[in-house]
Design a protein around this ligand. Structure first.
Ligand SMILES: [Zn+2]
Length: 148
C-alpha cells in the first residue's frame, strides 16, 4: 500500500477495523514515518462453511480475524501478523466451494503455530469444542472472567 505522502510501498499496519464490507487500516510509512488511513473492500470469497452442527453459512473473513485476534490478545503478535494469518487462511481455501469450520480452525492453528506459542495453545485448547471461531471469542471472554 503506497504511502500517500512519499509514495513508498512499505507501510506497517498499526490498527485494523472491519465493518461489513470495508476494512479500515491505520498505517505508518516505514520510510517517512507518517500515518495514513486506507479503506479496503473486503474480498468476498464465495465459500460455504459447514459448521459442526451441520449448518451452512457463508465464509466471513471477519470471523477468522476475530478468532485470531482474540487468541493473540496480550501476546507479541502484531496487527501485521494477524493480517498475514488471515491471508494465509484465505489463500488456503480460495477456489473451494465448501469447507468445514474444522478445516478453518486447523488452518488458523497452523498459522498461529508458526508465530506465537501462547496464541497457538490458547486457540488449540478451545477450538476443538467449538462450531466456529466466533464461539471461541465467547470462550475467551469467559476465561477472562474466571481469571479475575
Ligand atoms: Zn511515506
Amino acid at each position: 500500500m503506497k504511502c500517500i505522502y512519499c509514495g513508498d510501498d512499505e507501510s506497517r499496519v498499526i490498527d485494523t477495523r472491519d465493518s461489513d464490507r470495508k476494512i479500515r487500516r491505520r498505517r505508518e510509512c516505514k520510510s517517512c514515518g507518517r500515518r495514513f488511513t486506507t479503506y479496503e473492500t473486503a474480498e468476498t470469497l464465495d465459500i460455504t462453511v459447514t459448521k459442526r452442527d451441520g449448518e451452512d453459512e457463508a465464509f466471513k473473513e471477519e470471523k477468522v480475524r476475530k478468532g485470531i485476534r482474540n487468541a493473540s490478545k496480550n501476546t507479541k503478535v502484531t496487527d501485521d501478523e494477524i493480517e498475514e494469518m488471515v491471508e494465509e487462511v484465505k489463500n488456503a481455501i480460495r477456489g473451494e466451494k465448501q469447507v468445514s469450520a474444522e478445516d478453518i480452525g486447523r488452518l488458523v492453528l497452523e498459522a498461529l503455530k508458526k508465530r506465537n506459542e501462547v496464541a497457538y495453545i490458547r486457540f488449540a485448547s478451545v477450538y476443538e469444542s467449538f462450531d466456529d471461531v466466533e464461539s471461541f471469542q465467547e470462550e475467551v471472554e469467559q476465561l477472562k472472567k474466571t481469571e479475575n
